[in-house]
Ligand binder design. Structure first.
Ligand code: ZN
Length: 150
């Protein structure tokens, strides 16, 4: 399994909702976790491995890795914090991005359970980064907040 990098068209489309949790999707999630761990990442989205479906894996809660489908931000506090971010699909590039610091996430786990969870700080940032991938957005698309300090 290879991580697609910037320039690959699969990183630029809106990925499809997952309507059925099939054995193939469960296997894909497992393979993605392996790939993420090997690359030293903390989150990975299906489009980054060439599958345009709304599936993400990563350290979103506590310290164990989570597999989520159709993740959606249903509420934002409106308070944004700027922080440097990197991406496995944009090697040798980072950007200081202002993101919501306090969000409510809605998603489904691979066992079919619906999850609604408040997320803050770093974990809220990872989730927003991965959801961006599902919408074809990359860190290179954002204004670099660091330029304010120049
Ligand atoms: Zn990324």
């Amino acid at each position: 399994m290879n991580i697609k990098t910037i320039g690959d068209p699969c990183l630029r489309v809106r990925s499809e909702e997952v309507t059925e949790i099939t054995p193939e999707i469960k296997q894909l999630a497992k393979d993605m976790i392996e790939c993420m761990e090997e690359s030293g990442g903390i989150g990975l989205s299906a489009p980054q491995v060439g599958e345009n479906i709304r599936l993400i894996v990563g350290y979103f809660f506590d310290d164990k890795v989570a597999k989520l489908i159709n993740p959606k931000i249903v509420k934002k506090s409106g308070t944004k914090v700027a922080h440097p971010e990197g991406c496995l699909s944009c090697p040798d590039y980072d950007n200081t991005i202002a993101r919501d610091n306090d969000i409510m996430l809605s998603a489904k786990a691979l066992n079919g359970m619906h999850i609604v969870k408040r997320m803050q700080g770093f974990r809220a940032r990872i989730i927003q980064h991965e959801i961006d991938h599902l919408n074809g957005t990359l860190i290179t698309d954002y204004y670099n907040e660091d330029e304010d300090n120049g």
